[in-house]
Ligand binder design. Structure first.
Ligand code: DAH
Length: 353
């Protein structure tokens, strides 16, 4: 073959190849064009096949040309591919674009249960007054739950009708009916001064109704030091009531009886809803006062039992039911609602649905 003709064919292969590549509109058609332009039967390959038929000098020059054409075509294909990749990337960005300034959709938010909120709030008040927090066992020796608390052997609260006893232990081990046994455990472990509050679960064989549960929470308090008097008890509990229910409410102590305190009292807070003005008030039932805790001066028998010097130390104690206080503070007329976990109820005290 004439060297000149072959040269023309290489130029033609280049022009045609570049044109085909330029016509490709996407990756698939580019792939197709590549086969046609660089495949075995492409004009460039066929022309290369003819290199054998020209003389040595022309072959050297045309070989060079063939390589040149090949690299121009390869470059054109690569450029086109880059262009398509870039176009695809832009399209994807467009498709997947998100506006980070749009308001998000919030997942449902949890919240602290009202009962826990109330407990924490009460504990916080006493921590603020310098009390330490302790916790004790739910399964308790009757010795701690009753005897050490000066409770006589025939006291009705010891009856298996009222108290859960642990099977196989006779009446020696029970589910604590009050947090008061922690008074004993605390004093056994620590010398005075003792200022401690004890939140915890307690258990009683009551029949469930709007004001009774078989398991509920109490908070116990104990203060023993030199020179503690009934006025310290009153001042402390008044401060507590004011922080919890509001500054302007009066409190009153009514004589009562507990085996482990002498004298003993129940503390009432002035009704925070009607302050005694509504005979049909749903909080105080027209009484003007609501009872919120039991308290008293620790009986010297109890102090002696743990080896404290009763000539030197005196103390006061108090105990309150958390469900009752939460219910009073929020106008809840059935404390079972605190345990039903009905979201329509729970969400009224925090959280988002
Ligand atoms: N433990 C008593 C109860 O469950 C409450 C109580 C009353 C606790 C007087 C005390 C107290 O510490 O001094 O009914």
């Amino acid at each position: 073959m004439e060297a000149n003709d072959l040269k023309q064919r290489f130029h033609a292969a280049l022009d045609e190849g570049l044109a085909r590549i330029a016509q490709a509109t996407d990756m698939a058609s580019l792939e197709e064009a590549k086969i046609r332009v660089t495949g075995r039967k492409a004009p460039l390959s066929l022309a290369r096949g003819e290199l054998r038929s020209v003389d040595d000098a022309a072959r050297k020059e045309l070989g060079q040309l063939a390589n040149d054409v090949q690299s121009q075509i390869d470059a054109a294909i690569a450029a086109k591919r880059d262009q398509f990749l870039e176009r695809e990337r832009k399209r994807r960005w467009e498709r997947e674009r998100i506006d980070v300034t749009l308001p998000g959709s919030l997942p449902p938010m949890g919240a602290i249960h009202l009962l826990t909120q109330t407990l924490w709030e009460i504990v916080d008040i006493f921590v603020g007054l310098g009390y330490r927090v302790a916790e004790g066992p739910d399964v308790e020796y009757s010795r701690y739950n009753f005897d050490a608390l000066n409770t006589p052997a025939d006291h009705p609260s010891r009856s298996p009708v009222d108290t859960f006893y642990i099977a196989g232990k006779g009446e020696d081990v029970c589910l604590r009916t009050q947090t008061s046994p922690m008074q004993i455990r605390t004093m056994e472990e620590h010398e005075p001064p003792v200022f401690v509050v004890v939140p915890g679960r307690v258990y009683r064989r009551d029949t469930l109704d709007a004001t009774h549960l078989m398991q509920f929470f109490q908070l116990e308090g104990l203060a023993v030091a030199e020179g503690i008097t009934m006025s310290d008890l009153k001042g402390t509990l008044e401060t507590f009531a004011h922080e919890l229910f509001g500054d302007s409410l009066k409190i009153q102590l009514r004589p009562h009886f507990f085996p482990f305190t002498e004298p003993s009292a129940e503390m009432d807070v002035e009704c925070f809803l009607c302050r005694g003005s509504d005979p049909r008030c749903r909080v105080c039932k027209g009484e003007g006062w609501v009872e919120i805790l039991g308290c008293g001066m620790v009986d010297p028998n109890v102090l002696e039992g743990v080896g404290y010097d009763t000539e030197r130390y005196t103390g006061f104690a108090f105990g309150m039911g958390i469900e009752r206080i939460a219910a009073l503070a929020h106008g809840i007329n059935d404390i079972r609602m605190l345990y039903e976990n009905d979201l329509r109820f729970n969400l009224q005290f925090g959280g988002l649905a």
